[in-house]
Ligand binder design. Structure first.
Ligand SMILES: Cc1ncc(C[n+]2csc(CCOP(=O)(O)OP(=O)(O)O)c2C)c(N)n1
Ligand SMILES: [Mg+2]
Length: 330
């Protein structure tokens, strides 16, 4: 195994890549919208949790990372993986449980991983992204690689022991880990503000001596700027750092959830803060894109996703004898 890789730097620190951010959000929106429908139609097996409404967090954070930076995510991780550059065809085929899926069709929606993109994996254990990212950050530090590790997690994970153990260990070892909490108000079917006396995740990380910042999670440029600065600080040895991105999930906990626990006015108010619409308005106002150009970007991302669906439909599932391959490290 090599101990050093040539480039472990973040993106060019110059201007905000505003159009790229829009395009990445449009890809996630198209992917998740299609996945929700495909699941309803019975074409995708298992369980599916979409990140509709939360696109700005995935796009903002991952665009601020370099290709070799690590990422660990959750049951709601499609957007994070896409924004980190995981192949759209491979992801869709994985969700369809096809042999050509990015994990051989055996992982599915909640277990997408792609080490070639630094994606250590999605997983369904609430809070489990944190120790994975902390371990990756420790490896990066010991090897002097300059790679940053990002853990995405929901605010529901902040009441897990894994959160506190991970943040504490990262703090005492000064690890280059960026902790990104997507605070979408709900953990499964409960309002998470009722689960703790200290609803601010920033305050809870401060209790471990870790600097945190709350950002508008529906403002992709705000997320990008915060993540870029945090990643730079991690690379400079000032990690760990935490970002609490305040956002909202438009759909249920999983696809099919009737969402009776969510007040309608609340959902409507957050939909008014649609991260794509917010960013589109800004691009047009600043004269950086016309509405027609943005429509064309959205249409081309939809076509890309449609092509991945047509391909996935045509592919075969894994052979039964594949069931035990890759299970015990072979
Ligand atoms: C250790 C563990 N406990 C409970 C669950 C059941 N569970 C799955 S998702 C979830 C809530 C997660 O909420 P949050 O962390 O806010 O993420 P979100 O779904 O809002 O993205 C729970 C309790 C689980 N998967 N793992
Ligand atoms: Mg949540």
């Amino acid at each position: 195994m090599t101990t050093k890789s040539p480039s472990h730097e973040g993106p060019d620190a110059a201007a905000i890549p505003a159009r790229e951010l829009f395009s990445t959000m449009a890809l996630i929106r198209a992917f998740e919208t299609s996945v929700a429908q495909l699941y309803k139609d019975g074409e995708i097996p298992g369980f599916v949790h979409t990140s509709l409404g939360q696109e700005a967090v995935a796009a903002g954070v991952c665009t601020a990372l370099g290709p070799d930076d690590y990422l660990a995510t959750t049951h709601r991780g499609h957007g994070h993986c896409l924004a980190k550059g995981v192949d759209v065809d491979g992801m869709m085929a994985e969700l369809f449980a096809r042999a050509e899926g990015i994990c051989g069709g055996k992982g599915g929606s909640m277990h997408v991983a792609d080490p070639s993109r630094g994606v250590l994996g999605a997983n369904a254990i609430v809070g489990a992204s944190l120790p994975l990212a902390v371990g990756a950050a420790l490896s990066s530090k010991l090897r002097g690689q300059g790679r940053v590790a990002v853990a995405f997690f929901g605010e529901g994970a902040v009441n897990q022991g894994a959160f506190h153990e991970s943040v504490n260990l990262a703090a005492i070892w000064d690890l280059p880990v960026l902790l990104v909490c997507e605070n979408n108000i709900y953990a499964e079917f409960s309002d998470s503000r009722r689960m703790t006396r200290v609803p601010s995740v920033v305050e809870r990380s401060a209790g471990h001596g870790v600097d945190g910042r709350a950002v508008d999670g529906n403002d992709v440029e705000a997320v990008y700027a915060a993540a870029r600065e945090a990643a730079e600080r991690c690379r400079a040895g000032e990690g760990p750092l935490l970002i609490e991105a305040e956002t909202y999930r438009w759909h249920g906990h999983y696809e099919g959830d009737a969402q009776r626990y969510k007040p309608e006015e609340e959902s409507a108010a957050w939909r008014d803060q649609d991260p794509l619409a917010v960013h589109a308005r800004r691009l047009v106002e600043r004269g950086e894109a016309t509405r027609e150009e943005l429509d064309a970007i959205e249409a081309s991302q939809r076509e890309r996703v449609d092509a991945s669906i047509a391909r996935a439909r045509s592919l075969a599932p894994p052979e039964p004898e594949e069931a035990f391959a890759h299970v015990f490290g072979d």
